[in-house]
Design a protein. Structure first.
Length: 487
């Protein structure tokens, strides 16, 4: 455990973020202090050289005016008033033998005799005294008019002390910065990855116990990519939860509603087996079994379609279509049915009613509503279909003069497997309007129902108007009828 935990932590994103943050901070600090150190060193060095150059020019002028004695007198006066006390001044002859030497008492550790072994150089502006330890000596040599040499130098003691102090400060600051970088990096990575940990915790809870599907990842409210990820993940969980709930409800409803047809199917089969009558009666019983099994299969398929549509899992083959053509095809299909019941089928449909829809599914919706209107309209009645564009929507209205729906049944008409009092004598599963509303909603539309008992009903479908580009146009007459399921 003690070995596994550190190794596991090293492989985490938090550790890598902390490490990168610390390394970047350290690199930045090193770069900052290195640059500052270099600028400080350059500034101190430049200051010393300027001071040496200034004193050299001054003493050279004095030498030209009064010779060696005047230089010596000037140095004594300068020493008395603490001027030029931090400089080495040496005048040597042409053979580099010392004629005058002014040396501060603090410089006793310097090997001044080494100056006599170094030939003065006019071309090289500044020279250094060879040294093994600090401090060093930087000096400048100037040839005087009489052939002698003037050398002015300054130790690097002040420079070395300042730089040493700077390095000490750097050392004292670097360690706390390293600690702060580690702690700050760990804290920031912990805070930044908290939504990820919440997400992992939620997934683990759900994977262990599916009853916790309602668990959601807390929203970090950081207004960044992690918040977007959490929002999308929660939305996905909600869709999965809705899908599971819909499937569960569908299975419960199917299981409940399959009891009656399955019982009827079994009873018919048992009656046929126990019957001693003719073979024709057995065939009739088998035909009833087949019809009942088809009804069961249709019930299952329809419930699954409704579940897919309501949860958004139904695959739609969307294309830009002129829904006026689809309506005309539906009306042509039901013309004969209306004539046999002596029902007048009117239509008022505008052209260029473009929508983005699945032609099969939207045809299924229209066919179901027209079929219901004809089915529940008595002989001599009227069914009217109208379609037009209004306020950016396609409005399709199907009205009838049929039996209508009682007010108490209107709220229940969209429920699965609900069959109103007036529809119980008609064939059907009670799933048609549920599927119709689910498909319309899936097309980003809506459907409304207005009905008065004994006076008829009006279904109004609203679909978004979607004018297509030329390349997305579906021919005005597809030559194919939509796949319609009578529910």
């Amino acid at each position: 455990m003690s070995l596994k935990s550190p190794l596991s932590y090293i492989r985490t994103i938090s550790f890598r973020l902390t490490l990168w943050y610390t390394l970047i901070l350290i690199a930045s600090v090193v770069l900052l202090f290195s640059t500052t150190y270099f600028l400080l060193y350059t500034s101190l060095k430049s200051h010393d050289k300027e001071a040496i150059t200034s004193l050299t020019e001054e003493l050279a002028t004095v030498y030209q005016t009064g010779g060696l004695s005047l230089v010596e007198k000037s140095l004594r006066i300068g020493k008395k008033f603490s001027q030029n006390s931090g400089f080495l001044v040496r005048i040597a002859d042409e053979k580099n033998r010392t004629l005058l030497l002014k040396l501060p008492y603090q410089w006793t550790e310097l090997n001044i005799r080494a100056l006599e072994s170094i030939a003065p150089s006019q071309g090289k502006r500044f020279s250094r005294l060879p040294r093994q330890e600090k401090p060093g000596l930087i000096f400048k040599s100037v040839k005087l008019p009489d052939g002698n040499w003037l050398q002015v130098g300054k130790t690097t003691r002040e420079q070395d002390v300042t730089l040493d102090h700077f390095r000490e400060v750097l050392g004292m600051v670097t360690v706390p910065l390293l600690v702060i970088a580690l702690i700050g990096g760990a804290f920031l990575s912990y805070r930044a990855l908290m939504p990820i940990r919440h997400l992992i915790h939620t997934v683990r809870e759900i994977s262990v116990d599916l009853s916790k599907m309602g668990t959601r990842v807390p929203n970090p409210r950081t207004n960044d990519e992690l918040e977007e990820l959490v929002t999308l993940f929660n939305d996905m969980l909600q869709k999965i939860e809705d899908l599971i709930a819909a499937i569960k409800n569908s299975l419960d409803q199917v299981a409940h509603d399959l009891k009656t047809p399955m019982t009827r199917l079994r009873g018919t089969a048992e009656l046929a087996l126990s019957s001693t009558d003719s073979i024709e009666q057995c065939k009739a019983a088998l035909a009833d079994c087949i019809e009942e099994s088809e009804r069961i299969l249709k019930l299952i398929d329809t419930v699954l379609d409704i579940t897919e549509a309501e949860t958004g899992a139904m695959a739609l083959e969307l294309q830009h279509i002129d829904i006026a053509n689809v309506i005309q095809q539906i009306l042509e299909m039901y013309t004969y049915v209306a004539e046999t019941k002596f029902i007048k089928l009117d239509s008022s449909v505008q052209s260029e009613l473009w929508v983005s829809a699945d032609i099969t599914r939207i045809g299924q919706v229209l066919a179901n509503i027209v079929d219901n209107a004809i089915k529940y309209t008595p002989e001599g009645g009227t069914v009217s279909v109208q379609a037009a564009k209004s306020d950016g929507e396609i409005v399709i209205t199907v009205s009838d003069t049929g039996i209508g729906i009682p007010p108490e049944e209107l709220p229940k008409i969209w429920e699965r497997l609900y069959r109103g009092h007036g529809s119980r004598g008609q064939k059907g599963l009670g799933l048609g309007l549920t599927l119709v509303r689910a498909i319309v909603n899936l097309h980003q539309g809506r459907i409304e129902l207005h009905s008065r008992h004994g006076q008829g009903s009006t279904f109004t479908i609203y679909l978004p108007y979607r004018p297509p580009s030329n390349r997305n146009l579906v021919p005005a007459d597809t030559g194919a009828e939509p796949n319609i399921s009578k529910l």
